[in-house]
Design a binder for this molecule. Structure first.
Ligand code: NAD
Ligand code: UDP
Ligand code: UDP
Length: 309
């Protein structure tokens, strides 16, 4: 199949492109290189099954494909808050353009949505039935509300135009090819620990997240794309094992053998207190569950960062 991956030069996108090519598919990677890099895909460039195109999804795109994975959007708070209007445009105009494309060529289309649609949740762990608690005017809203609106668009194209849609709500994912200055917690802690710099815990470090290793996540996205027509989602994809940020910092120090100190900095506004996916739906309908424990995934991620720093 000919498969379009928007945001294909990013962290998740580059791993997805790689896996699709291994499966024998013809992959078109579309990216504006805002947070993605050519280094992430350079190893694919000589493969005749791979093609990269510089393009911003907020503009229309006319190509012929069978399937679309819509991943284009900066995912780290520092990057999505850098130009918040562009972030909303990427999610909303990007979704409209990719849905319009899917409609014209009758392609099946998957949206990389996010656990951020749940905001700072009152329901724990989060199930897909929970509607979320998002501050619509806060600094995270450009991302959270943009992604929520994209979900709305997917379901309206589904109801109005009978499009084949799939919506994945991705929880915190980590692994090789995160940017060292990405700002997300796993890459920050590893880079700080390896450089012997202070490890920056925001707040008191009791807030929680549940971290999914990249290979598990990509496997979930592929299973969702291949699932029966009626399986539209939204479906949570993430690792349900929950950690505090303090535990993550201590584990990172142990695995890197670093003597860095833990320092406490102010908690950013609207930072969710806790987050853990309920993955009952993914287990039952996709036969999917993560297999890589945090310690193992961190070791692999540290092995990636060590020589690059
Ligand atoms: P990333 O920043 O590494 O990748 C995003 C890619 O999209 C980058 O290559 C970037 O250059 C590209 N991009 C941004 N705006 C674009 C535009 N207007 N046109 C074309 N390309 C554009 O982030 P990631 O972690 O790989 O995330 C990929 C997707 O998964 C995003 O949609 C993100 O919201 C979603 N997601 C990620 C996580 C996570 O923990 N990594 C969690 C939930 C959801
Ligand atoms: N679009 C696109 N590629 C296509 C078809 C459509 O980028 O192959 C864009 C187009 O710019 C349009 C949007 O998708 O604005 C929505 O398309 P749709 O057909 O749903 O709506 P309309 O064209 O009526 O606005
Ligand atoms: N965080 C932290 N130190 C850092 C970066 C992040 O303590 O150097 C915290 C952040 O405040 C949040 C958690 O780690 O509570 C996860 O942050 P990230 O930006 O990775 O993801 P998100 O908040 O979008 O889940």
């Amino acid at each position: 199949m000919k498969i379009l991956v928007t945001g294909g030069a990013g962290f998740i996108g580059s791993h997805l492109c790689e896996k699709l090519i291994k499966g024998g598919h013809d992959v078109l990677c579309v990216d504006n290189y805002f947070t993605g890099t050519k280094e992430n895909i350079v190893h694919l460039m000589r493969n005749p099954l791979f093609e990269a195109m510089r393009h911003d999804v907020t503009f229309p795109l006319y190509v012929e494909v069978d399937r679309i994975f819509n991943l284009a959007c900066p995912a780290s708070p520092i990057h999505y808050q850098f130009d918040p209007v562009q972030t909303t445009k990427t999610s909303v105009h990007g979704a409209i353009n990719m849905l319009g494309l899917a409609k014209r060529v009758k392609a099946r289309i998957l949206q990389a949505s996010t656990s951020e649609v749940y905001g700072d949740p009152e329901v724990h762990p989060q199930t897909e039935a929970y509607w979320g608690r998002v501050n619509p005017i806060g600094p995270r809203a450009c991302y959270d509300e943009g992604k929520r609106c994209a979900e709305t668009l997917f379901f309206d194209y589904y109801r109005q135009h009978r499009l084949e849609i799939k919506v994945a709500r991705i929880f915190n994912t980590y692994g090789p090819r995160m940017l060292p200055d990405d700002g997300r917690v796993v890459s920050n802690f590893i880079v700080q620990a390896l450089r012997g710099q202070d490890v920056t815990i925001y707040g008191d470090g009791t807030q929680t997240r549940s971290f999914c290793y990249i290979d598990d996540l990509v496997d979930g996205l592929l299973k969702l794309m291949d699932s029966p027509l009626e399986m539209t989602g939204p479906v949570n994809l993430g690792n349900p094992v929950e950690f505090t940020m303090r535990e993550l910092a201590e584990l990172t120090l142990r695995l890197t053998g670093s003597r860095s100190k833990l320092v406490f900095q102010p908690l950013p506004q609207d930072d969710p207190r806790q987050r853990q996916p309920d993955i009952t739906l993914a287990r039952s309908s996709l036969g999917w569950a993560p297999t890589v424990p945090l310690e193992e995934g961190l070791k692999r991620t540290i092995a990636y960062f060590r020589p690059t720093l």
